[in-house]
Design a protein around this ligand. Structure first.
Ligand SMILES: Cc1cc2nc3c(=O)[nH]c(=O)nc-3n(C[C@H](O)[C@H](O)[C@H](O)COP(=O)(O)OP(=O)(O)OC[C@H]3O[C@@H](n4cnc5c(N)ncnc54)[C@H](O)[C@@H]3O)c2cc1C
Length: 406
């Protein structure tokens, strides 16, 4: 049996791709290596650009049922506690961009995509399907699993994340780039926080060599807390020296975190103390894309982190995966009906449409890390700029007004 397209990976990018392509009536096979679909226990922010994509897929009610919609983003100094900047979200984001700024549990985003995909009659989902590689011919692609099962299709989408095998084969093996930063992740019940701390806000605390972000998920019943610090696994932080960099959940110790935070503001310390359990996540990425060749060649395309892994300092990795999938779906929809999809040509159009925006988001995310963790003169300049420029520094119309359009 020959599928229209194979999608390797059943994360946000893979499921979004299956949804975008499956909605057009194509026959899609998703291959996911895990034995169950699921996501790690952590949160995600989705800017209006990503919420717009979900709305165009008809998923607004599903999003509203599980997300939180914070009133504002506030930026505070991690030591002194003073407010450095504020961006109104809520009604103002809706007025400016037509869509809300949402915060949600990763598992909830994953579940709503999965539910939508399962309603598409021509999309098949396979678990325990670890892809080993592919071969491309003039009229198709053959994908082999590690157990030597093979799948044939007209096209292949690699949505297999930062450590993508499809990418290694398409672009050649290149090592990922270690950022030298670690993310401590935890969730806390809203009921276990003071009234002030459970306000419907995204709060970003900036300090030298660290920053902390917390926000509500599940309509405020829970809060997601991420602390990003400079450091290495097993050296003053949990995990083990040389621990698996691919794992998103190394063991973390609250005392390491407390020591690293040092004399932080009391509100920040209270938030961190309230989290009952932490996991540790080494942050890696790749250099920004430099052209469309990083997105596609022939009958093979890369989407999401497989194409453009990001540092999480703009909170846009999943959002870019949703935009990628949306764009691909629109291109398929716009191809002349009654004719076969010319995949190499369509993937080229996809790559040319997406790469520069993805590269810009990668560069901006990288830069934010340096700005967030600044000390000395750079810190002083950052704080002065936020005080002077106010919302205009935090609002990003080029980003939040992004897809859909077609
Ligand atoms: C600390 C942190 C905070 C973040 N916060 C945000 C945020 O607020 N907002 C936001 O938009 N983004 C955020 N991101 C980024 C976001 O999490 C990622 O960009 C997004 O999850 C990428 O999705 P993906 O589907 O491309 O990759 P992944 O989620 O990595 O999924 C890849 C899938 O492919 C499967 N797979 C891999 N290899 C194979 C194989 N050989 N065969 C079969 N299957 C395979 C994997 O099992 C996995 O299911 C954050 C990231 C981090 C680290």
């Amino acid at each position: 049996m020959k599928h229209d397209a194979l999608v390797v990976g059943g994360g946000v990018a893979g499921l979004a791709t299956a949804l975008a392509l499956g909605r057009t009536g194509l026959g899609i096979q998703v291959l996911e290596q895990a034995s169950a679909f699921g996501e790690v226990g952590a949160g995600l922010q989705l800017g209006p650009n990503a919420v717009r994509v979900l709305a165009h897929w008809g998923l607004t009610n599903e999003l509203n049922a599980c997300a939180a919609f914070p009133d504002a983003l506030q930026v505070r100094d991690a030591r002194g506690g003073e407010r450095l900047g504020r961006l109104s979200l809520g009604a103002q984001a809706r007025a400016r961009y037509g869509y809300s700024y949402a915060t949600l549990h990763r598992a909830d985003l994953h579940a709503l995509l999965l539910q939508a995909v399962r309603q598409l009659p021509r999309v098949r989902l396979a678990l325990d399907a670890r892809v080993a590689g592919y071969t491309e011919s003039a009229d198709g692609v053959r994908v082999s699993e590690e157990d030597e099962t093979v799948f044939d299709a007209h096209a292949l989408v690699g949505a297999d994340g930062l450590w993508s095998r499809v990418r290694s084969q398409l672009l050649g093996a290149q090592p990922v780039r270690a950022s030298g930063h670690l993310a401590y992740r935890g969730m806390v019940r809203g009921a276990d926080l003071s009234v002030a701390l459970r306000a419907p806000l995204v709060t970003a605390w900036l300090g030298p060599r660290l920053h902390v972000v917390h926000y509500p998920v599940r309509q405020g019943d829970w809060f997601n807390v991420v602390v990003v610090v400079h450091g290495v696994l097993g050296q003053g932080h949990g995990g083990a020296v040389g621990g698996d960099p691919k794992s998103w959940s190394h063991e973390a110790h609250a005392e390491d975190l407390r020591r690293t935070l040092g004399a932080a503001h009391v509100d920040l310390l209270q938030m961190v103390e309230a989290v009952p359990h932490w996991t540790l996540w080494p942050l890696n990425d790749r250099p920004p894309m430099t052209g469309p060749q990083h997105h596609a060649r022939g009958r093979v395309a890369l989407l999401g982190d497989a194409a453009h892994p990001l540092r999480p300092y703009l909170a846009q990795g999943a959002a870019m995966a949703l935009e990628d999938a949306w764009t691909l779906g629109c291109l398929v929809e716009s191809h002349p009906s009654g004719t076969e999809v010319d995949w190499p040509e369509l993937f080229q159009r996809f790559a040319h449409t997406r790469w520069a925006r993805n590269a810009r988001v990668q560069r901006r995310s990288q830069r934010n890390g340096a700005i967030f963790h600044a000390s000395g003169l750079v810190r002083w300049g950052r704080n002065a700029a936020m005080a002077t420029l106010g919302e205009s520094l935090l609002d990003l119309p080029w980003l939040y007004a992004g897809p859909p359009q077609p």
